[in-house]
Design a protein around this ligand. Structure first.
Ligand code: DAH
Length: 391
């Protein structure tokens, strides 16, 4: 029996020959021979490439799919891809044989080539997918996804200082005050001189204030915004509020921080009176502390107002004796302040003989502490959730 090296399986060859009509009666010279023997004896006039390429494709497919089975990590799969499907890979090498396929067989062989490429590509993809699925499963192994969720921290709420600042701003805006602002690093003139606070005033002491190397300072009160506003005002009336940070060189304890919060107000027009000041503040504190709040104006001294008062609010807690709490400073703007502004502006909008005004200022931290019965100002900056959750 003659065996062509390329015709490793005579049955297969016969099948192929039959498919392509290669067995003809004229070539059946020895009638009793079976078809396989005839095929072996009379190899069909096929070029060598044809069965060789089909067999190569078939065996490549079997080899590749078997190889895939044993690969268990992404790097090995990538090496496999390069080995079989890469530019210099095995499939590419075999498919180079397409060049020699006679035109009438190209379709058949091409389809086989595509089939093998699809099988290898598909096999690789499903291996990768299985690997990823195994990875995902390992990542959540030991996690019981059927357990109910843990309750979170809730939606949170505004800091008590933010709440009180917003309430103060809202209340004063309803009375016609607009928001104003100024820098926290200030000149000595805006913080002191323009506010009629002379060089020998104790507030200007180096141990009371933070001075910058260039002579500027961290503002010790938001009253500076009064000055900034009047410096740039275009017309009367001026009616502003300015919430913001202020700084003092205080020892930190239960009632002092070196940075705290204030709100300042200024109202200047041709006919502002002490009655306006009292009415405004009484209304304000009743809005903040409740309609029955009792407010007292106690004569005091501030360099920038004359007359000046401290405002006390009567606190009545159940079962305790009522007590007065000092809560704000206020007064009628000192004409010396208007004079200094006029000098700076060079005009007469704030002529001390024509205009009057009132001003007040208070600590927002203190307001929050009184309102909520907070005993230590440090709670306001420590960000302790157990404290903050209460508001
Ligand atoms: N600036 C003062 C302080 O920081 C508070 C103050 C008092 C502001 C009286 C005013 C005022 O506008 O008229 O303690």
């Amino acid at each position: 029996m003659i065996e062509d090296a390329a015709h490793s399986s005579t049955g297969k060859i016969t099948g192929l020959m039959a498919r392509f009509g290669m067995i003809r009666g004229s070539r059946r010279l020895h009638p009793p021979y079976s078809a396989p023997i005839i095929a072996a004896l009379y190899p069909p006039p096929l070029s060598d490439f044809f069965p060789a390429m089909l067999f190569q494709l078939d065996s490549l497919k079997i080899e590749a799919l078997a190889a895939l089975e044993s690969l268990s990590d992404e790097a090995a799969l990538e090496a496999f891809r390069i080995d079989y499907l890469g530019k210099k890979g095995k499939l590419t090498a075999v498919s180079a044989g397409m060049r020699d396929v006679p035109v009438d067989l190209k379709k058949e062989v091409g389809a086989k080539l595509n089939d093998v490429r699809d099988a290898i590509t598909g096999g690789l993809a499903s291996r990768l997918e299985a690997l990823q699925a195994a990875k995902d499963a390992a990542a959540v192994a030991g996690i019981d996804i059927t357990l109910p969720g843990r309750p979170g921290q809730g939606a949170g709420s505004l800091h008590p200082l933010t709440q009180i600042r917003d309430l103060a701003v809202r209340t004063l805006r309803r009375m016609g005050f607009t928001l104003a602002d100024g820098p926290e690093i200030e000149t000595e003139w805006h913080c002191f001189d323009a506010l009629n606070t002379p060089a020998d005033h104790p507030a200007r002491n180096e141990s009371d204030t933070f001075y910058m190397p260039d002579g500027k300072l961290l503002r010790t009160h938001t009253s500076t915004v009064q000055i900034r506003t009047m410096e740039s005002a275009k017309a009367l009336p001026v009616r502003i509020i300015a919430p913001g940070a202020a700084y003092r060189r205080d020892e930190i304890d239960a009632t002092h921080l070196s940075v705290f919060n204030q709100i300042e107000a200024l109202y200047v027009d041709v006919d502002v009176s002490l009655a306006d000041l009292k009415g405004t503040l009484e209304f304000f504190f009743r809005e903040v502390f409740g309609p029955n709040t009792v407010v007292r104006f106690r004569p005091h001294f501030f360099p920038f107002t004359e007359p000046s008062f401290e405002i006390d609010v009567k606190l009545e807690a159940k079962g305790k004796e009522a007590r007065w709490i000092e809560i704000a400073g206020c007064g009628m703007v000192d004409p010396a302040v208007f004079a200094e502004i006029s000098k700076k502006r060079g005009d007469s909008l704030f002529d001390p003989d024509k205009v009057t005004g009132f001003a007040f200022g208070m600590g927002l931290d203190r307001l929050a502490m009184i309102m909520h019965g907070i005993s230590d100002i440090r709670h306001l900056i420590e960000n302790d959730v157990r404290f903050l959750q209460q508001f």
